[in-house]
Design a protein. Structure first.
Length: 734
């Protein structure tokens, strides 16, 4: 199976520009091109993209991938056999290497890996290609290891041990000498550091650096998930001590430097179990009939100063990690839950975006800067939703989750209702402009005191959630526009989102047609509108979660960069992250840069911030993977207690080795392996996303409803296997 590379749009990020330039030079390999000719071929004529092409040409020449044959004219270097790239392993033990200079990924058989592991940067030799054959090669050198620490289970022998890594892409155990086992015991889950891989050794040699505990125990498995992605579960003592010594009191001298908004009605709306409140809204009706609305964000950069160990730790983490049973915060608790948390009835330092808005939700004026605010009230989403749904009225005590009750004529109720009206206008305009409406259902677990899952519930986005979302989006957009439209260009941190991949959209269209849905792929706006219609049409259907998930996968991955390409999913030309500095380091950078420019300073160093953006994007990806794994772990734990039950599910995936089933009642997903279906021998029908019985010709297809029972719920390997009982029609009509 060849890995498809993303085409990207013509004004995309640096990686895509690099590939586009190399493709142009490859097509006419002997002919030199200058930047104007390349820009014409790409179809861009704006200064930003021309400068990007010039910089990329210089970088490729420095890497010796292209050569300057005469001043300003370049051609591809003709070293055709050896290339560099990153190894992407498959579960079968072979791999592919993505090479910028080649159109197709290079297949690496298992016997040609030469000790390279998944994600490693490698040098490969590419064999001469036979006609109509995909390129094939072998690894000649491991340049850099993606990771050297692995999580696995120790299998102890008399004088040595092996650590078995439960990862389908890790094809080898790690050998550990007796003197490097430490306190670990046979069967312990451990973190092992890979130290070397001797020439004639079958396995790499390593040392156990951490004992996580007994496999299957809750704390062991949660810490194992964090360790697998190199994420910490506690702060170093010196960082905690540094944070504890910060002066977090509100000082009169500091208030004088800020816009004082303590008398303006201000409140927060958050989940009922939230502990950190990093954003608040203020509302004031003006004499001219318009409204002053403030989006107030915890002023984290006031406490977290560049060059301190606190800032270094926050940067290294780059994000908070939200696991099923805990939050691993980016900042110590003294800041995240106290000094920087906009708790009710407390004065706080904030960084604010304040807008003058009319009844049509048009922005008449804007102001950005540091403030001091006082939160008058804290709403849970459920309380704000109750106000919106009943258009006022006293909230009963059982609805008032934070202990307050409000009457219909209260100013704060009027504020919530007016802001809801404005948010709905803003959202409608955003959708009309081509934004994509992803309201995916979130799976949440009810946990007992011992972190055992006792129930599953689904979290959906309602008007109160969307009210907050629209005003946060407004602040993020307007801050980004304020900096992004300045001349000369100023370095800033943007949240970027490229156009969706054409091939993935075509695949999605093919898939949803099985359920009777259609996509219009004619142009940018048609894609957005038909995606929104698709997501609306599947609401409440058996295929909703499947279609939501697959639609999200067609989207490019959002990332941070100093090069702004806009945000496709939100239909914004400029977008940043400004509103969550307690849990995201890019927001801290955005605050610092905004203040830097408000103070009249010159542009910050682009290279420095681009490196920080790349790190933040990488850490966000690791945190997302850890969060996903923790949900999978809890789903398996939940299903362990339901071994004897029969569940109705929908076929959510079809592969050559089995079918994936998502249980409708709790969204837990597991696999029915083809070898476990006893009634017939089933073959994989790739074109129709189905399996077909050889004798019976019975078909199980993507989206079909079937009944299953748990066969095996393995917490250690995080595998959930089902036995197939039969189709919904068969079982219910027996």
């Amino acid at each position: 199976m060849t890995r498809k590379k993303k085409k990207g749009n013509k004004s995309a990020n640096l990686e895509n520009v690099t590939k586009t330039i190399l493709a142009i030079l490859r097509k006419d390999s002997g002919k030199p091109f200058n930047y104007k000719q390349i820009a014409a071929k790409i179809g861009v004529d704006d200064p930003t993209n021309r400068n990007k092409i010039i910089r990329t040409l210089a970088q490729l020449a420095a890497k010796k991938k292209i050569e300057e044959v005469e001043k300003g004219k370049y051609r591809l270097v003709s070293t055709v056999d050896y290339y560099r790239g990153y190894l992407d392993m498959t579960a079968k033990g072979s791999g592919y290497v993505v090479v910028e200079e080649l159109e197709d990924d290079v297949f690496i058989p298992s016997n040609s890996l030469n000790k390279a592991l998944d994600g490693d940067e490698v040098e490969i030799y590419v064999y001469k290609r036979r006609k109509n054959k995909k390129p094939e090669g072998e690894v000649t050198k491991v340049i850099t290891r993606k990771k050297t620490r692995f999580v696995g289970v120790l299998q102890l022998k008399e004088n040595f041990g092996f650590v078995a890594i439960p990862d389908a892409k890790m094809y080898t155990d790690i050998f550990v000498q007796k003197n490097k086992i430490g306190e670990a015991k046979d069967g312990d889950k451990v973190v092992v550091e890979m130290e070397e891989w001797p020439e004639k050794a079958d396995s790499p040699f390593g040392m156990i650096v951490q004992v996580l505990g007994t496999p299957g125990e809750h704390q062991t498995e949660i810490h194992a998930i964090l360790a697998q992605y190199g994420l910490p579960h506690e702060f170093p003592t010196e960082v905690e001590e540094f944070a504890d010594k910060l002066d977090t009191s509100i000082q009169a001298s500091e208030i004088k430097k800020r816009r004082d908004m303590r008398d303006t009605l201000t409140f927060t709306i958050d989940p009922k179990d939230a502990k950190d409140f990093d954003d608040a809204l203020s509302f004031k009706e003006l004499e001219d009939g318009n409204y002053e609305i403030g989006i107030h964000i915890a002023d984290v950069s006031h406490y977290v100063k560049p060059g301190t160990i606190l800032d270094e730790e926050a940067y290294n983490r780059a994000t908070s990690v939200y696991l099923v049973d805990r939050v691993v915060p980016m900042l110590p608790e003294v800041l995240s839950n106290n000094a920087c948390s906009l708790r009710p009835n407390e004065e706080k330092y904030t960084f604010s975006a304040v807008f003058k808005i009319n009844d049509k939700a048009e922005i008449l004026d804007q102001w950005f800067g540091r403030t001091v605010t006082y939160s008058d009230a804290r709403f849970a989403y459920e309380e704000a939703q109750y106000i919106i749904e009943t258009t006022g009225g006293e909230i009963p005590a059982d609805i008032s989750l934070t202990g307050e009750t409000y009457r219909a004529d209260d100013a704060i109720v009027s504020a919530v209702l007016k802001m809801d009206d404005l948010a709905k206008i803003m959202r409608k305009k955003r959708m009309k402009d081509g934004a994509i409406s992803f309201d995916k259902v979130e799976v949440k677990f009810q946990l007992d005191a011992h972190n055992e899952p006792i129930g599953v519930f689904f979290k959906t986005s309602k008007d109160a959630n969307k009210l907050i979302e629209e005003f946060m989006l407004l602040a993020n957009k307007k801050v980004a526009e304020f900096i992004g439209k300045q001349k000369p260009k100023k370095t800033f941190v943007y949240r970027c989102h490229d156009d969706p991949d054409d091939e993935k959209l075509a695949a999605l269209q093919s898939l949803v047609s099985k359920f009777g849905h259609k996509l219009n792929l004619k142009d940018h706006k048609s894609v957005s509108q038909s995606l929104n219609k698709l997501l609306e049409d599947v609401q409440g259907t058996k295929e909703q979660n499947l279609v939501d998930t697959l639609a999200i996968r067609t989207m490019s991955k959002a990332y941070y960069s100093t090069e702004n390409i806009g945000h496709y999913g939100l239909a914004f030309g400029h977008y940043s992250h400004f509103t969550s500095p307690i849990r995201r380091y890019p927001d801290v950078m955005a605050h610092r840069l905004l203040q830097h420019y408000l103070d009249g300073n010159d542009s910050a160093k682009e290279e420095e911030y681009e490196e920080k953006c790349q790190h933040s994007s990488q850490m966000e990806g690791l945190a997302t993977n850890a969060e996903r794994d923790s949900i999978k772990y809890m789903q398996i734990k939940y299903m362990q207690d339901h071994n004897d039950e029969q569940f109705l599910g929908v076929i959510s995936g079809v592969t050559e080795w089995g079918i994936y089933i998502e249980i409708i009642s709790n969204k837990c997903e597991g696999m029915v392996r083809l070898r476990d279906i006893r009634e017939d021998h089933y073959d994989f029908d790739e074109d129709n996303y189905a399996i077909v019985g050889r004798k019976t010709k019975k078909v199980y297809q993507l989206g079909d409803e079937v009944y299953v029972r748990v066969k095996n719920a393995d917490l250690v390997k995080r595998h959930l296997d089902f036995n197939l009982i039969g189709s919904k029609h068969e079982v219910e009509n027996e």
